[in-house]
Ligand binder design. Sequence first.
Ligand SMILES: *Cc1c(COP(=O)(O)O)cnc(C)c1O
Length: 454
Amino acid sequence: MATIPYKIYLTEEEMPRAWYNLRADMKNKPAPLLNPGTHQPMKAEELAPVFCEELIRQELDNDTPYFEIPEEVFNFYKMYRPSPLVRAYCLEEALKTPAKIYYKFEGNNTSGSHKLNSAIAQAYYAKKQGLKGVTTETGAGQWGTALSMACAYLGLDCKVFMVKVSYEQKPFRREVMRTYGASVTPSPSMTTEVGRKILAAHPGTTGSLGCAISEAVEAAVTSDGYRYVLGSVLNQVLLHQSVIGLETEAALKKYDIHPDIIIGCAGGGSNLGGLISPFMRDKIKGIADYRIVAVEPASCPSFTRGKYAYDFCDTGMVCPLAKMYTLGSGFIPAPNHAGGLRYHGMSSILSQLYDDGLLEAVAVPQTSVFEAAERFARVEGILPAPESSHAIKVAIDEAEKCRETGEAKTIVFGLTGTGYFDMVAYEKYHDGKMDDYIPTDEELEASFSQLPRI
Ligand SMILES: *Cc1c(COP(=O)(O)O)cnc(C)c1O
């Protein structure tokens, strides 16, 4: 057997030419989106004012296993893909573990995360439909940046509603988006009806993803030639992100590597859903068995403390209802929560897999995440995004367990991005000003009591 290089790359010829739709192989399909008025499954024509046609088709398709990656999208992928699968030799040595650790690194593009994989696909279908532009929300800013890049490439207009607290704390993210030609509005704003309503009800609020989504949807449906696009949670986004998992699978196969544990951070679930898709397929089909672990922040614990229920995807309750593990659409994580992954809900696909016992989840406190991030940065060189560092934390924990037991397990985790724009959070950690606020049961119960009754 050849020794395994530090970085396993695929050639352009080996890159996947189709996205994989895990729903086609799921025995229990994810629950359908419901119309918030009638509580009936959303039909394509009801979604059409909000979303692009081809993306609706992908969203509603539970049966087609493969969707060919359009040539234009594939060409864009070639500018920054394939992403490397890295053998973390240095981390293994630092941990003195017999475990073999690999990470799939998605941070090698200007947007700094995996989000570009879906941004270019969504922008492409919008362009193909002849639209003028798209609207969206962004929290920490990675999705807005990715979408701005994709829109600039295709000559589409891009309107981003950025959660106000990030808009103020991350001016450089905002400027990257503007460099790529996007307009960026802090949310909640006075430019939409729902924004004005939220501001009237919660004066001085620094916003949330849920609010920004409501504003972006309103901006799309009230502007001619615009549709709304979303960077996570939706089935279509997991479909596009399957490129991460398919590349990982191909890279592992090249060296006959068989993972035991696959770990990813979970915000809305898109990178995790993409990373695990071919492995989950084999697990469902009984071809292979893996432990598949979702890692979430203890301050926003959708899987581990949420309810599996129909809920709104946004605060303004304008979006369809999705069945998912949720903390309630009114849940806003504590303001000291620095580590991203702050969405109240979770992908319907992952929610169903979790409910079926095919996926594990753990919640980790944020100081432990930054501790892991720093350990990783010092030996592997890459400065990880706080979101990604949730996966690092659990990968390290698993590798340390192997040190105790002497087992040489193979661990694969998703390193979704870089953390250059998160230095305020790192600073808080270094100065000892970061704490581990965890919501109380009472707070969660109060939020659950607002869940729609379906
Ligand atoms: C957005 C983001 C995430 C979380 O989103 P998912 O949809 O759960 O993947 C994780 N890591 C980085 C770097 C991100 O930008």
